[in-house]
Unconditional design. Structure first.
Length: 221
């Protein structure tokens, strides 16, 4: 699952737009945006903690209509970012930007990584979360000014990084440390059931549209 493919600048907002404006599967949208398929489902069901305003990746020059059409024709097709967008992202340097509303969650996310993946280096955590080695060390040694209120929480759930980024980081650290990374197939059944349900809904919608067109044609005749 983990790889270094570039993702949209605003993955969740992009996913919201793709859900509302295309016939792509949840799995395709999740893969392209670098988020989990169940996050896409939550956005589609409007059960996500935050209601995202859709961001058009075509206008942002991150995805072409040709790619979207290929994906709609073939559910197994993996969408590719436009070359210009990839180059722009790869040239970007500097610390990760975190919205002000999310910055208070950073210590919890850092604590979670320290607890669950001690093999990950401080430098790697700093790049993923957008923090300093001093802060990481303070949280580890419980000398952080807010240690009493820090509760380890999954940084993906907190919105500090994507599942793909975290998986890539853990896999790289595990490989360097000679640790075999465990495979997590807990959500595979949910994913397949979700995809099957989506296909059934789209088939039913297509049949309903076809029936309406036939009725309209009969009425005109």
């Amino acid at each position: 699952m983990a790889h270094a493919d570039p993702t949209p600048l605003m993955p969740h907002a992009t996913a919201a737009w793709l859900v509302d404006n295309t016939g792509l599967t949840f799995a395709q949208i999740a893969e392209y945006c670098g988020i989990h398929v169940l996050e896409v489902q939550a956005i589609a069901d409007e059960t996500a903690a935050t209601k995202y305003t859709g961001r058009d990746p075509v206008r942002a020059n991150e995805l072409s209509m040709e790619e979207i059409e290929k994906g709609q024709k073939d559910p197994g097709y993996r969408l590719k970012m436009t070359v210009q967008s990839q180059d722009t992202i790869r040239r970007t340097r500097g610390p990760r930007y975190t919205p002000v509303s999310k910055r208070q969650d950073k210590p919890d996310g850092i604590a979670w990584i320290l607890k669950n993946h001690p093999e990950v280096s401080d430098g790697a955590i700093g790049k993923l979360i957008g923090t300093t080695r001093n802060t990481i060390n303070a949280i580890r040694e419980r000398s952080h000014w807010n240690s009493a209120n820090i509760v380890p929480k999954d940084p993906v759930t907190l919105g500090l990084c994507s599942q793909r980024e975290l998986d890539a980081l853990v896999a790289k650290a595990a490989k360097k440390a000679g640790i075999k990374a465990p495979e997590d197939n807990r959500l595979e059944g949910d994913r397949e059931a979700l995809l099957e349900e989506l296909r059934a809904e789209r088939t039913a919608a297509a049949e309903a549209r076809a029936a309406e067109e036939i009725d309209e044609a009969d009425g005109e005749a």
